[in-house]
Structures are given as structure tokens and as C-alpha cells.
Design a binder for this molecule. Sequence first.
Ligand code: CA
Length: 238
Amino acid sequence: MPEGLSSLPKPLALVVEDEPALVTMLRYNLEKQGYRVEDAADGQEALNLIQEQKPDIVLLDWMLPTLSGIEVCRRIRREPATRDLPVIMLTARTEDRDAVRALNTGADDYITKPFGIDALLARIRALLRRAGAVPEKGQLGFQDIDMDLATHRVTRAGRRIHLGPTEFRLLEFFLRYPRRVFSREELLDAVWGHDIHVELRTVDVHIRRLRRSMNDEGEADLIRTVRAAGYALDTEAV
Ligand code: CA
């Protein structure tokens, strides 16, 4: 079983990939690690399977027939039922701007082909942990923001806020240590974990997404950017 999930039912991973050899390799390794696996060879089939099977995580190839991975990801995020579904993009593209584009579309993480299976498994575990596979109890709050750790419900001024798993963990971390300034490195360690290599500016991408989700028009931005230092949850945000 994946680490930390031993008492829960086997998580279902959906592999969306049109390269049969890669599907076989992923299926073999994921099943060996205790996951159930479904696969789809094109984007439309993937969306159908997501609706029917409700996977716990999606491994999504970028270049797919019928609908691209980016478009599939967009549709996953648009749909309220799947808005929080963890998505890892598998991309053959090595250009950073494409990776950032994948994150901006709503992917929680990406991995560039060819990748090592251990690196991918570590990212899957980290995302499932963050997605609340191991529930905690309690309530966190700051100003008009409230977070329920058991139900993963986040509200601002009573309004429901929908966050992806990474933004949720970021906000949870800030709520645990309000007014403290954290560097990007500290945020990476706390939210992404030591075992994963993520570029520093990935933090900026997720901070932007968190702000977009939390701040309605006219509302104060509670995340303060501290030049050359990092970020803090604070009332002095500008
Ligand atoms: Ca492909």
C-alpha cells in the first residue's frame, strides 16, 4: 500500500496516455504499489471514465488524440464535482513555459518524459496526502477566512472557496502560522515535501492561483509578498 494509506481502500489512479508501452509500465508499477488502475487512450474517454469511476488521481499525458491533456485538465477544473481532483501532467516538453502553462491550466504537478517511476510515485503519494487521503480534524481561521480540516471546506466571509489540493495545503500552512514570513524554499519544504524536486517559481504559480481563488473583487489580499523574502498571510498585504 502507498505510505500512510494502509487503512483506506486502494486509491484509484487513472492513467491517460496513448502510448501503450507507457500505459503497461505505469499499470504494472502502480498496481505493485497498491493502487487500482484504469486507463484511457484519449481525452474524451478520460473524461467519461472520470465521471463514471471517480478516480483519486489522474496521470494525464499532454499530447493526446481528440482532446489535448491541457483541455482535459481545464474541463476537470471547470466541473464542480472534479474541481479538486489531483492531476499530474506527463509532458514530453521540456520548455519551462510549457510546464508553467500546465500548472496555470490547473494541473497540480507535472513530470517530464522520460521520468523515473520512483519520482512519479513520490509525487503521487505527496498529492494524495495533500488531497486529504488521511483526514485531520480541526478548524483554522484568519480574518474572514475559515478552513475545516475534516471536510476540507474553505470559506471567505461565508462564501465557499474552491481550492486545488496544492493551494489548500498552502493556505493550511499559512493559517497555521499567520503573520510569519516564509521563503519559497520553506514553503516548498512544508507544502511539497523534501523528497520532491520542484522549482522555486512553482511556489509563485500556486500563490497566484490561491490569490485568484480567495480574493473577490474589492476584497483585501491577505497574502503579502515580501520582496526578496517570500510570502506571509497578513492584513498588511498590498
Ligand atoms: Ca501522447
